[in-house]
Design a protein around this ligand. Structure first.
Ligand code: DAT
Ligand code: MG
Length: 133
């Protein structure tokens, strides 16, 4: 079975949306393999978002993701990466369809509630980074 890495970002945790987001993954048919509340260090944040290190928003992105606790998860299911991205919705909530998590709960790209790995390779790397497995 395929696995993917997902996390509720600090804005989602602060707004009390962990249960709602977990529930949507369960309803889709995913199986929760692991999950934990953590506060991400500067070093882990920079590694996690290293593909964006040259982007103008990198500093703010790292500051945001380290600003409070996140809920990190491993989900199992068919085409896990693709199906997780689909229920999460487009990066910019303005483009995310109603019915997707970002479409229903977010307005701004800087605080779009939830992260989902974007490829098999990223999923494996992120699971190793956050769960050491
Ligand atoms: P995703 O989270 O959908 O994989 P991404 O990897 O392109 O999107 O970007 C990572 C995060 O960076 C994204 O969830 C929110 C933030 N971000 C992306 N584009 C941005 C922009 N133009 N301005 C500010 N933040 C942005
Ligand atoms: Mg991404």
């Amino acid at each position: 079975m395929d696995h993917t890495f997902v996390m509720v970002k600090p804005d989602g945790v602060a707004r009390g949306l962990i249960g709602e987001i977990v529930s949507r993954f369960e309803q889709k048919g995913f199986k929760l393999i692991d999950g934990k509340v953590i506060t991400i260090s500067q070093e882990i944040a920079e590694q996690h978002y290293r593909e964006h290190r040259e982007k103008p928003f990198f500093g703010e992105l790292v500051e945001f993701i380290t600003s409070g606790p996140v809920f990190a998860m491993i989900w199992e299911g068919k085409d896990a990466v693709k199906n997780a991205r689909s229920i999460i919705g487009k990066t910019n909530p303005s483009d995310a369809l109603p019915g997707s998590i970002r479409g229903d709960f977010a307005l701004q790209v800087e605080s779009n509630i939830v992260h989902g790995a974007d490829s098999e390779e990223s999923a494996q790397r992120e699971i190793a980074l956050f769960f050491g497995k």
